[in-house]
Design a protein around this ligand. Sequence first.
Ligand code: URA
Length: 242
Amino acid sequence: MEERLQKILAAAGIASRREAEKIITAGRVKVNGKVVKELGSKFEASSCRITVDGNPIKAEAKVYLLFYKPRGVVTTMSDPQNRRTVADYVQELPERVFPVGRLDYNTEGLLLLTNDGELAQKLMHPSHEVNKTYLVKVPGIVPQEKLDLLRIGVKLEDGMTAPATVNLRSYDHERNCTLFDITIHEGRNRQVRRMCDFIGFPVRDLKRIKMGSLTLNGLSRGKCRPLTEGELRELKKAAKII
Ligand code: URA
């Protein structure tokens, strides 16, 4: 992915973006042996030799984090409406990560954060069919025929949904609500909510509990942890990178 030179320098820990701009305009930066003074210039950091005062910069380390997004958080790194964002939870991190895909403002659960653009793109592509499992709470008792509709596929305004795996978990008498999980591999906007609207059982609570082989097990709400090497390998396999 091509990025502005000042962003590349900041990501490599050379200086803040503003300081990096001064370093560039001072003519201290060379890309593939040529001085670059223009601030808008974009480069692919991994395929260029970039030096500052003759010293090569180090590429930004790749970071892969599993984040338990709470409800009431926007899946972006900044929000014009000043709502709480994912960025509020990774302020201490030196690398700049971004979310892979999105969860609605009111959906909680597993979100992958990374600075690996290639992996993010592959995971989000429907052809890679990475399974995502959601825990769904809806009001009332859901008849099996309605769950079967979700299993077979329902007609939404952007087309039929692919077959889904649905498991009925429990019915809560006191609160009169049904809990089930649904596994889909598509990543359409508000897909699970729209599927549940279709069968006449609008979602009360929604939580993503699994993506590929990653789960939320052991992680508290609002916390992140790095992926283990094994988890990363599995994820890359799922994205068909290895
Ligand atoms: N489906 C939804 O409806 N919302 C989400 O946040 C994720 C999947």
